[in-house]
Design a protein around this ligand. Structure first.
Ligand SMILES: Cc1cc2nc3c(=O)[nH]c(=O)nc-3n(C[C@H](O)[C@H](O)[C@H](O)COP(=O)(O)O)c2cc1C
Length: 450
């Protein structure tokens, strides 16, 4: 089952959507509400945004793996498998027969902040930020299309700062600036979650067009149309499009902003001058609150599933990988089966080098659930010897939003928490028949065990 657009996805969710009619301000109040609801794994639709009558804000769209499975139209227990299968496929985009996102057109708008409910997320954020804009551009050298999610700081009027720390868009800007030219961009807001997911998939320099990946993830081609003031294709069924140019050679302070790391971050960043805003008549504006389960889900699929695939191709016995929630994918736990300890050490070196962000890696046996912090801590306490089982790699590229390395060099660490030979490493257990009887007795009493 695929969803043609964000509305179709929201319409399919039924009780998974919490409708909020109370008036809420775009400054802090909506982010606070979304953060409170996030642990319940429900989507929120704010229907009364103060100062923006008729506009709704949808948030927590991927606040649980259950929602991510619904976005891909699969059962939750098949989420990662389905993601891997679909992510490897390609479905090319098609030309749209209708373009609802251009129902209303504002050319060179004087005040983008008056048109759109731009959210301020945290107490010390320097301004409102866009956190889930899918930024589209073309490489001025090759003409190749690229897209990614890039945070954007509203600077007033029709200017935004943009953090371009990741390829391919950071490379496209470098190529444009070498000729002293601006980089044309279109920012799609309110796309269906499978398309948002595709925009952050790691495809590498020679990788496929992410629109083809998006088509395959959604199970239907993306419908594209021409933007109005830049030479780019845009998803016709998005809710809002911001068109503009990244100004060559310009860097200005951007931030502070409460990042996906859970810490504030400031940068000298490029600046976009907006040339047009287009939107549906009664548009739904998307929200993604940093450092919440939404971000964990996006990273677990686009980053974690890909890293697991790469590692499984190179090391025998790798069975599972969990990016630790709340760490912006800086920490992970890998489970292995029958993997000798020298292979585990090789695995740690490989993983830490393959993924720029990964900084703290723990490897456990597959009798430990990598998603259960109690079990991982147990493996660290009983199977791990600090002097023998710690690997430190120094002189690595620090990830820009990691406050501990501030974008300069950093180090990485791996822990071998797998069992050495010998029975003393076995987890205690009970005879299965005794467990089954205990559960039957408790079920009779109406008492849920576990
Ligand atoms: C929620 C979220 C926010 C992101 N924000 C930014 C950002 O502000 N700037 C940036 O350069 N990349 C950002 N990224 C990463 C890119 O969108 C994208 O993941 C990256 O280009 C993929 O390539 P990589 O493997 O080089 O990271 C963000 C990713 C996610 C999931």
């Amino acid at each position: 089952m695929s969803y043609r657009d964000l509305r179709a996805f929201l319409g399919s969710l039924g009780d998974d959507v919490l409708h909020v009619a109370a008036p809420l301000q775009a400054q802090h109040e909506i982010a606070a509400l979304l953060r409170e609801v996030a642990p319940t794994g429900r989507v929120v639709l704010c229907e009364n945004v103060m100062g923006h009558p008729g506009i709704r804000i949808a948030g927590n769209l991927l606040a649980s793996r259950h929602l991510a499975a619904r976005a891909l139209g699969v059962d939750a227990d098949r989420l990662f498998e389905a993601y891997a299968e679909r992510g490897a496929g390609r479905i090319a985009p098609i030309k749209a027969s209708e373009v609802p996102v251009q129902d209303v057109v504002h050319r060179e708008p004087a005040d983008v902040g008056a048109l759109l409910p731009l959210l301020t997320h945290h107490a010390d954020d320097g301004a409102p930020f866009l956190t889930c804009g899918m930024v589209l551009a073309r490489d001025p050298v090759t003409g190749m299309r690229g897209m990614g999610v890039h945070r954007m700081m509203y600077k007033g009027g029709r200017r935004f700062g943009i953090l371009l720390a990741n390829p391919p868009l950071s490379l496209f800007l470098g190529n444009a600036e070498r000729d002293g030219k601006p980089l044309e961009v279109a920012i799609a807001l309110g796309v269906d979650p499978a398309m948002l997911l595709a925009s952050i998939v790691k495809t590498g320099p020679q990788g496929p067009d992410k629109m083809d990946v998006a088509g395959s993830l959604r199970g239907a081609p993306v419908e594209l149309a021409s933007a109005l003031s830049v030479d780019l294709d845009i998803p016709a069924r998005a809710e809002v499009i911001i068109e503009g140019r990244v100004l060559p050679g310009v860097r200005e302070p951007e931030g502070p902003f409460g990042e996906n790391t859970g810490a504030y971050f400031t940068n000298q960043s490029p600046v976009i001058e907006v040339s047009a805003v287009t939107h549906r008549r009664d548009f739904i504006f998307p929200a993604l609150v940093p450092w919440t389960a939404d971000v964990d889900t996006l990273l677990a699929l686009a980053g974690g599933a890909e890293l697991l695939r790469q590692l499984q191709a190179q090391v025998r016995g790798v069975v599972d990988l969990e990016l630790v929630p709340g760490t912006s994918s800086f920490a992970a736990v890998i489970a292995v089966r029958d993997c000798p300890r020298h292979e585990v050490r090789r695995l740690i070196h490989l993983a830490l080098n393959l993924d720029r962000r990964l900084k703290v890696l723990t490897v456990v046996d597959d009798d430990v659930d990598p998603r259960n912090p109690r079990e991982v801590a147990w493996a660290m306490s009983t199977r791990f010897q600090p002097a023998r089982d710690t690997i430190i790699v120094d002189g690595c590229e620090g990830y820009i939003i990691d406050p501990s390395s501030s974008g300069s060099t950093g180090s990485k660490i791996g822990f071998v928490a797998t069992r050495a030979a010998g029975r003393q490493f076995d987890k205690i257990g009970l005879p299965p028949a005794a467990v089954a009887k205990a559960r039957a007795v408790l079920a009779e009493l109406g008492c849920v065990s576990g």
